[in-house]
Design a protein around this ligand. Structure first.
Ligand code: NAP
Ligand code: LUD
Length: 303
């Protein structure tokens, strides 16, 4: 029977690292890193997640703010708020919680966020940087999954990894990160033929589908590391992942539970991204100061 990768405990370790990093940032710069989370509407799960993001930020010494807008806020107002946050020097990280109400275009909103403040890593520039091996803000959920995989101790170089799901926010960046660690990566999706056989090839299996307990125990290669990103409610309203946990645990060497697996890691990695964004932004401003000829690029902001 496989070991459990305890996302709650590992997220606490990440938060401890973030706390220490925030302390040194404050000592160096005389201010805390700032994170603003924007929630449009009142989707109950989003309300819980965004409150947790604000609260965890504050617990780590980050200036966390949750801004809530009514569900009928016009798209133009959401974009105006993003523009204001882009221009606010105290804000290092901007996160607009998804899903957005139907009348607000997700692509337009994500495009409006300053890529250097894009702590979700959803902007096309950050996706492109990740895909081309440049320093980037990387989506929090895949980053959290990589940390969990690292804690398992599995060697990724040369391993077979299968990611089920190809969303821009989980599946694709997850595949990029595994590839960067030299795994041989397969991305499976709803058109994949014989998904159970594809999954059985995986030394590392990541499920990011959104279908309760779809991945069965006999889809798991004996000894595999299984990362369950899914957050679903079963018919009794209980929170379950995309993996049939008890069955899969019989064959896995390591497996993440739901709840208490990837979810807490997502929030911890958001905090780490916020400090990284704060550091990168201050470094960029310094670079500007040291190269006076380029000062105008940032409107001459001198500090
Ligand atoms: P999404 O955008 O809905 O993407 C789901 C992916 O799964 C799609 O690529 C889809 O394929 C594929 N898929 C759907 N049915 C399938 C099937 N029967 N067989 C194989 N593939 C199938 O979802 P997402 O945003 O990536 O999220 C996935 C899950 O993770 C959800 O449960 C979500 O709540 C959860 N989640 C958790 C966290 C966390 O922090 N724990 C963060 C984000 C998301 P096609 O592309 O072919 O349609
Ligand atoms: N939008 C996310 N929408 C939804 N689970 C999250 C999430 C924590 N812009 C933007 O935060 O990164 C995002 N950026 N997402 N998600 C999902 C996705 C977004 C999901 C679950 C959890 C964040 C979480 O803490 C707990 C767990 O798995 O243990 C359970 C929480 C519960 O519902 O009881």
């Amino acid at each position: 029977m496989g070991n459990i990768l305890d996302g709650k405990a590992i997220a606490e370790k990440v938060r401890a690292e973030v706390r220490a990093d925030v302390t040194s940032f404050v000592a160096e710069h005389g201010r805390a890193p700032g994170l603003t989370v924007v929630l449009v509407g009142e989707d109950p799960a989003s309300v819980v997640y965004t409150r947790n993001k604000e609260k965890s930020a504050k617990e780590c010494g980050i200036a966390g703010t949750l801004l809530r807008l009514p569900a009928d806020t016009p798209e133009a107002e959401v974009l105006a708020l993003v523009a204001k946050l882009n221009g606010d020097d105290a804000v290092d990280g901007i996160l607009v919680q998804l899903p957005l109400p139907r009348h607000v275009r997700e692509a337009e909103v994500l495009r409006a966020i300053d890529p250097d403040k894009d702590v979700d890593g959803f902007h096309a520039l950050n996706a492109g940087r990740l895909a081309t091996g440049q320093p980037a803000l990387v989506p929090c959920t895949p980053t959290g999954c990589m940390r969990l995989i690292a804690e398992s101790g599995v060697e990724l170089a040369g391993a077979r990894a299968v990611v089920v799901g190809r969303s821009n926010i989980v599946g694709k960046p997850m595949a990029q990160l595994l590839l960067a660690k030299h795994a041989t990566v397969t991305i499976a999706h709803s058109r994949t033929r014989d998904l159970p056989a594809v999954c059985r090839e995986a030394d590392v299996l990541v499920a990011a589908v959104g279908r309760a307990e779809m991945v069965r125990g006999d889809w798991v290669k004996p000894g595999a590391v299984v990362i369950d990103v899914g957050i679903n409610r079963d018919t009794n309203g209980k929170l379950v992942g995309d993996v049939a946990f008890a069955e899969a645990r019989e064959r896995a060497s390591w497996i993440t539970p739901v709840p208490g697996g990837v979810g807490p890691m997502t929030i911890a990695c958001l905090l780490a991204n916020t400090v990284a964004a704060a550091r990168a932004r201050t470094a960029a401003r310094r670079g500007l100061r040291e190269r006076p000829g380029q000062r105008g690029l940032h409107g001459g902001a001198r500090r």
